[in-house]
Design a protein around this ligand. Structure first.
Ligand code: PHE
Length: 485
């Protein structure tokens, strides 16, 4: 069915560039600069990166395109978009669950995302302080990180500030808030990233980082690594929770969706790899896990390096500033779907809806705040509250959401409808996309789940916990051996 052009009631992106910046802003976040390096380090480097990139191309990009065109056809918040599309396709109302589950996962992710983003705000201000006072460095990074995590009030304070910053942008609306913020923040983000890679290249360990990231050691591939790589691909591309669907709802019809999705996917993986190339030389120069691995990887290992180099405080500021900016533009996209939904379903204004959502997420975030101190010993399946939220959201719910979206776009929407959305695509490219969403993505996601059932059930070594001593020692050896070759 050919759709006439219609505008979303929430507003519209003013150009292709605006959409690309906003969606890239959503995709590029803590996932690329905080999560990618630490998950890669825990899974042993090369093999993980390879599978990750495979997942991006074969599963991620087709699903991203599916989300964009579904959003654009529905023109509303994900839940109402699905409601409309199922009605038009005479399909079961159960499909709206995609929207509901997306909203739930969005809440979960944003709640821990905001706390971690709070760390980046705290480090950014610490580096500003160091620069202003002319101090040598930030002191002992391990102690600083420990005292931050050990103090729930500090964590809560930064979490509150970050939620307020996010809500403020969302409250201002699509054009004045979302679009205007990414137009300023994304160029800043790319500049900071270039500065850091430039620095990474001067450390002398750049080659080792290349080997570490790109030389696959296939003996390290386990079902857990497969699941991690797939979860990381979904998380990093912002897929499976309808965030990109919400952004697609504001995309004018005359903009080609296919090439646009490709640009966003490339930019996202590019940033992850480039961030890896900035971080791993520094990490390897400092024995990879100096200061510990796990979620604290970038917050302890890098500051050690910044302390010992000239102008380190400026690179520290650039790095944590970069993380904060990246986190901000992603958090905005996590908040947009529920806010749009409340605006559609209630009499709340966008401003009020943003406050309501921010408070709800803030409350849930307290669980994460306490995971690092008072509740750190409460574990389920060897994972604390925050680790469970992160694992369930990115490794379970996002891939499941993605699976459902692929099936919806491939089997429920008619060929005429998807072809109408992608009319600018060459027949062959469209054919490939449709084949990927109908068969390849669903089957792959399903197979990874099957292989990982053991991981989900067995109380096995948590892949999110800090690597055990022996494990990190082994990782170091691998790196050193590799680099010796
Ligand atoms: N893609 C973001 C990141 O890499 C996180 C995110 C996930 C944002 C899902 C929106 C939706 O940090």
């Amino acid at each position: 069915m050919v759709r006439e052009d219609n505008d979303s009631r929430h507003g519209m992106w003013s150009s292709r560039l605006a959409f690309v910046l906003a969606a890239t802003g959503s995709a590029v976040g803590l996932g690329n600069i905080w999560r990618f390096p630490y998950v890669t380090a825990e899974s042993g480097g090369g093999a993980f990166v390879l599978i990750y990139l495979f997942c991006v191309v074969v599963v991620g990009l087709p699903i991203m395109l599916a989300e964009i065109i579904m959003g654009r056809r529905g023109r509303q918040s994900p839940i109402n978009t699905l409601r409309l599309l199922t009605k038009e396709s005479h399909a079961s109302g159960w499909w709206t669950l995609i929207g509901w589950s997306g909203m739930l996962v969005g809440f979960m992710i944003l709640s821990f995302y905001s706390v971690i983003a709070g760390w980046t705000l705290s480090y950014t201000t610490t580096y500003v302080e160091v620069i202003v006072t002319g101090a040598e460095g930030i002191g002992d990074p391990q102690a600083i990180f420990g005292s931050l995590l050990g103090n729930p009030w500090k964590l809560l304070g930064w979490h509150t500030l970050f939620m307020a910053l996010t809500a403020a942008i969302v409250a201002m609306g699509v054009e004045k808030g979302l679009e205007r913020s990414v137009r300023i923040l994304m160029p800043l983000l790319f500049t900071l990233l270039l500065v850091l890679v430039g620095y990474g290249m001067t450390t002398g360990y750049f080659d080792d980082a290349l080997v570490y990231l790109f030389k696959p050691d296939f003996s390290r591939i386990t079902p857990a690594v497969l699941l991690d790589a797939m979860g990381q691909a979904f998380f990093s591309l912002s897929l499976g929770m309808a965030a990109i669907m919400a952004y697609g709802a504001y995309l004018p019809r005359n903009i080609p969706a296919g090439s646009t999705a490709m640009t966003i996917g490339l930019a996202d993986s590019g940033v992850a790899l480039v961030a890896g190339l900035a971080i791993f030389p520094i990490a390897i120069a400092n024995d990879l896990t100096t200061g510990g691995g796990g979620v604290g990887f970038t917050f302890t290992t890098l500051p050690y390096a910044f302390n010992s180099m000239s102008f380190g405080q400026f690179f520290g500021l650039a790095f944590f500033g970069l993380l904060a900016v990246a986190a901000w533009t992603s958090a905005i996209s996590l908040m947009e779907p529920p806010v749009a939904y409340l605006v559609e379903r209630t009499r709340l204004s966008r401003f009020q809806a943003a406050i309501v959502v921010a408070i709800a997420v803030w409350l849930l975030g307290i669980g994460t705040v306490l995971s690092f101190n008072a509740w750190s010993d409460y574990k389920l399946f060897d994972r604390n509250f925050q680790e469970n939220m992160e694992f369930i959201a990115s490794n379970v719910l996002l891939p499941l959401g993605g699976l459902a979206i692929a099936i919806f776009a491939g089997w429920v929407l008619s060929k005429a409808d998807t072809r109408d959305e992608l009319h600018e695509m060459k027949a062959a490219t469209y054919g490939i996309w449709r084949f990927l969403v109908r068969y390849v993505s669903p089957i792959l996601v399903f197979l990874v789940f099957l292989s990982a059932i053991g991981v989900l059930n067995l109380n096995s070594e948590s892949d999110l916990a800090m690597p055990a001593e022996t494990e990190s020692a082994a990782t170091e050896e691998t790196v050193m051996e590799d680099s010796a070759e």
